[in-house]
Design a protein around this ligand. Structure first.
Ligand SMILES: [Zn+2]
Length: 404
């Protein structure tokens, strides 16, 4: 039996005036997703616990069958896994952004997309600055996105805990940062590094007189800290081999922690111009050897962040035509299967940001007895009796007897 999960990231939304009072899922022509529902079942689930910030890191962990309240430790450890940085059982990973803060305001959480060569120099300076503190390890990523690793000396050496609080810099754009500095256990270590980076960044000519004419990075901003999540490999948890197709580091990291194959697709951009058909073909190829394949598409989320309703509709239509359609056709030909479509969280066009609330899911395939629903959308799903209150209930439901 083969299993596929398609994730149109952040596709769940509200009715839009621009779309004649329809949600993007209602407005889009998505005959293949509608087929899944009309031949199968439609339900709702809540992937992001109310106490946690909404985002793909939390939402996809839920979708993959792991309770984020138990297993989610932060974003940085997932990104570390994506970059192949091994964390020991007591180590911590922390996101290290290069940012531009002027007069205590977050002018740019990307330091105006800091070029990699400037980033390389700044990471070198940071590593030199902490040369006498062997626990700190800076890892350069792409542009402004870097990682800081704390290598613990032993099990007792725990600088932070779950009460250590930091703020994503993208939540502070054009706002004062003074109320949102790190707090809680170990925050003085983070504040000290952030403070010392200010003087250090003044020393770099490459940074101060940037070739692209943009303002300098003024300091590092530390956030998203976490220790290695204690995730049981997917094969052990659900008895199935897995693979994920995605252009997003968080999902690559989560996939590799679960022991999945990470499938790279040429032309996959993580944006609305991604090569949908190439992802569809890659999913079919991957199904030859994996029992369970996840296809994640970021484009719907990106269109929401930009507040572009028409783009969101178009992205959904592309996912339907080039991924859901061909993959479902292939599954039917090859024998027993189940296919599931479900976003990781809603992303509202109105607020341009991730939100909480139910997302609709559709399942069809072997031994799935159809219900009454005919269309895949939020409004139809809200009338369904099938409600899984917690997102991590969906995966065992999908693999199981489809009873609550
Ligand atoms: Zn997402």
């Amino acid at each position: 039996m083969k299993y596929v999960l398609v994730i149109p990231d952040g596709c769940a939304d509200e009715p839009q005036a621009e779309l004649g009072g329809k949600t993007p899922l209602q407005a889009a022509r998505i005959p293949h997703m509608d087929t899944i529902v009309s031949q199968g079942i439609l339900g709702r689930t809540d992937t992001v616990p109310a106490s946690m910030p909404s985002g793909s890191d939390v939402g996809t962990m839920s979708l993959f069958g792991y309770d984020p309240l138990v297993y989610h430790t932060g974003r940085a450890p997932l990104e570390a896994a994506a970059q192949g940085i091994e964390l020991g059982p007591h180590d911590w990973a922390i996101r290290c952004n290069f940012v531009t803060i002027t007069k205590d305001n977050m002018a740019s959480f990307t330091a105006s997309q800091l070029p990699n060569d400037v980033g390389e120099e700044l990471i070198g300076l940071l590593q030199e600055m902490t040369a006498n503190n062997a626990q700190w390890e800076f890892h350069q990523g792409v542009s402004y996105r870097n990682l800081l690793v704390y290598r613990a000396q032993n099990a007792e050496d725990q600088p932070f805990d779950s009460g250590t609080s930091t703020t994503p810099p993208h939540d502070l754009t054009d706002q004062t940062v003074l109320q949102d500095l790190p707090s809680g256990k170990g925050s003085e270590l983070l504040l000290d590094l952030m403070e010392r980076s200010k003087k250090l960044f003044l020393k770099s000519d490459k940074n101060q007189k940037r070739a692209d004419g943009q303002p300098a990075a003024t300091q590092i901003w530390l956030w998203g800290q976490g220790s290695r999540p204690a995730l049981k490999p997917f094969q052990e948890q659900f008895g199935k081999s897995g693979a994920v197709i995605t252009a997003v580091d968080l999902l690559r990291g989560l996939g590799s922690l679960l022991g999945w194959d990470i499938i790279e697709v040429e032309g996959a951009t993580g944006y609305t111009d991604t090569d949908y058909a190439a992802k569809g073909r890659a999913a079919i190829e991957t199904l030859e050897k994996s029992e369970f394949v996840v296809v994640h598409v970021e484009a719907t989320d990106e269109a929401s962040h930009e507040g572009e309703a028409q783009e969101k509709v178009k992205a959904l239509e592309n996912i339907d035509e080039h991924i859901v359609g061909p993959v479902h056709d292939y599954l039917k030909q090859q024998g027993e299967y189940r296919i599931l479509v479900c976003p990781d969280h809603p992303t509202f066009l109105r607020t341009k940001t991730h939100s909480h609330g139910y997302v609709p899911f559709g399942i069809c395939g072997t031994q799935v007895r159809p219900d009454q629903a005919k269309c895949y959308d939020e409004i139809t799903a809200s009338a369904s009796n099938l409600l899984l209150p917690k997102g991590h209930q969906l995966m065992p439901f999908f693999f199981g007897t489809l009873t609550k």
